[in-house]
Design a protein around this ligand. Structure first.
Ligand code: 4AD
Ligand code: MG
Length: 432
């Protein structure tokens, strides 16, 4: 049997083809059935005229249940009014497995907890299919961008002896005779070692945060892409981020229109977001937020609500630069123009989505970095390898990390991050 993918039906108009997939919906009765079919590459309709098929196929059409797996052979017809739609005039159905009659997910509305409990099945629905396809395009556009720009893919470890982003959100495990190990919060520190060999590098993998926050933006396991470059200051760092996000948006808008349509995403908003990004300092943003009614103070981090109200005002992503040092990580380089601030930027997505990227120039001076490690009361011994990078050929360098699920959530227009990842992990959910 040669199998044709549904996405390629357009190349087979008038021909007989066989597709292999699942039946997700059936209408009609007696003489005529309309089967909604999907095969992973797309969806199509199969039309079964009972009078024109063999008895086995007629029986199959009658007994088919939702989510049964099957092969369908038929002639490809182009829709008379819409040339982008194709259907199959079915002449054979072979059932591979007749699904049980009690498939839990139907067309009616289900509650989110029910859907998450049935995530292994929910993934088959058209919206979830579209989200995973867009996620894949974001990943591929990222890899392409870095490949084109001379960044080497580097695989940072997940089991680590120390924290990267602060000790309050660390998952720890007993590690044989060696005491505690921690699940990585970001591969950044290892990438800093990588670039002293490779110049430019990025990693892409799961990271973990033991945050008990129940928000629409937080997961305990998520995918981070960290990038790092030698001889790059914090402005170069923002340029790279802007180019990367443009490349991602362009790829999704070019390749994933059908998926965006399924999600009812406002494509115009994404096109607008793809224009030059906005830059503001933390100090400017605090004033702006105060004028909008926020109680944020000069030395405060932006809260989730602050990010929401700020980014609802703008059509493009916003870089918020130079946060007060105390609200940011120990490794960030101080601003020579104002030692109370660091050379960092957070990139916030528009439409109320908020932070998608965190980045900064790194402290490259041995003594200053050691002083920060002590100020933050971090275990010095665990960071001795990291300090070595400032002892042997230290250079100015910068980097950033994006949260893949935050990008997917924004680009797909979802209202919660839990749909953006195949199997969401939160403080309240570990299954399926
Ligand atoms: O801002 P963060 O904490 O920065 C770092 O980890 C740096 N070491 C990255 C670097 O410079 N290489 O995390 C980076 C991004 C955030 O901007 C956000 O998009 C995402 O990771 N993120 C989360 N996504 C989902 N759930 C969580 N709990 C997240 N925490 C951070
Ligand atoms: Mg951050």
């Amino acid at each position: 049997m040669t199998r044709t993918l549904i996405q390629d039906l357009k190349n087979h108009i008038g021909q007989e083809v066989t597709i292999a997939g699942w039946m997700y919906n059936k209408r009609g009765s007696g003489k005529l059935y309309f089967l909604q079919l999907r095969d992973g590459s797309g969806t199509t309709q199969g039309v079964v005229e009972i009078a024109n098929v063999d008895p086995a196929t007629a029986k199959a059409a009658e007994e088919l249940t939702q989510e049964s797996s099957l092969t369908v052979t038929g002639r490809v017809n182009q829709h008379p009014k819409n040339p982008d739609i194709f259907e199959l005039q079915v002449n054979n159905i072979t059932i591979i497995q007749l699904a049980g009659p009690d498939y839990p997910i139907s067309k009616k509305e289900h509650g989110i907890d029910f859907l998450l409990d049935n995530r292994h099945l929910w993934l088959r629905s058209d919206r979830q299919w579209a989200i995973q396809r867009i996620r894949d395009t974001i990943i591929r556009a990222t890899v392409d961008y870095f490949h084109t720009n001379n960044f080497t893919k580097f695989d940072s470890p997940i089991l680590t002896p120390n924290a990267c982003e602060g000790t309050t959100e660390l998952f720890d495990i007993e590690y044989f005779e060696l005491g505690k190990a921690y699940l990585s919060q970001s591969g950044q520190l290892y990438l800093e070692a990588a670039i002293m060999s490779l110049g430019r590098a990025y990693d892409f993998g799961p990271v973990f945060r033991a945050e008990k926050s129940k928000t629409r933006r937080h997961l305990t396991e998520f995918w981070m892409m960290d990038a790092e470059a030698a001889f790059a200051d914090y402005k170069d760092n923002m340029n790279t981020q802007e180019e990367l996000v443009h490349a991602i948006l362009t790829a999704v808008l070019t390749e994933r229109q059908a998926e965006l349509k399924i999600l009812e995403r406002n494509v115009e908003a994404l096109e607008k977001a793809n224009l030059p990004f906005i830059h503001k300092t933390h100090a400017e943003v605090v004033k702006e937020l105060q004028s909008m009614g926020s109680d944020i103070q000069e030395t405060d981090d932006l809260g989730g609500d602050d990010e929401t109200i700020l980014t609802k005002k703008y059509d493009q992503p916003i870089f918020v630069e130079k946060y007060p040092a105390p609200v940011k990580a120990f490794y960030m380089k101080r601003d020579p123009e104002d030692e109370s601030r660091v050379l960092c930027s957070d990139l916030l997505a528009p439409e109320g989505y908020g932070e998608i990227i965190g980045g900064s120039q790194r402290e490259d001076d041995y003594d200053k970095l050691l002083a920060r490690i002590r100020e933050h009361k971090l275990p010095e011994a665990a960071f001795s390898w990291y300090l070595d990078l400032r002892k042997y050929g230290s250079v100015p360098h910068s980097g950033f990390g994006y949260g893949l699920e935050r990008l997917v959530t924004w680009i797909c227009g979802l209202d919660h991050v839990r749909e953006s990842i195949p199997f969401a992990r939160t403080p309240y959910r570990l299954t399926p």
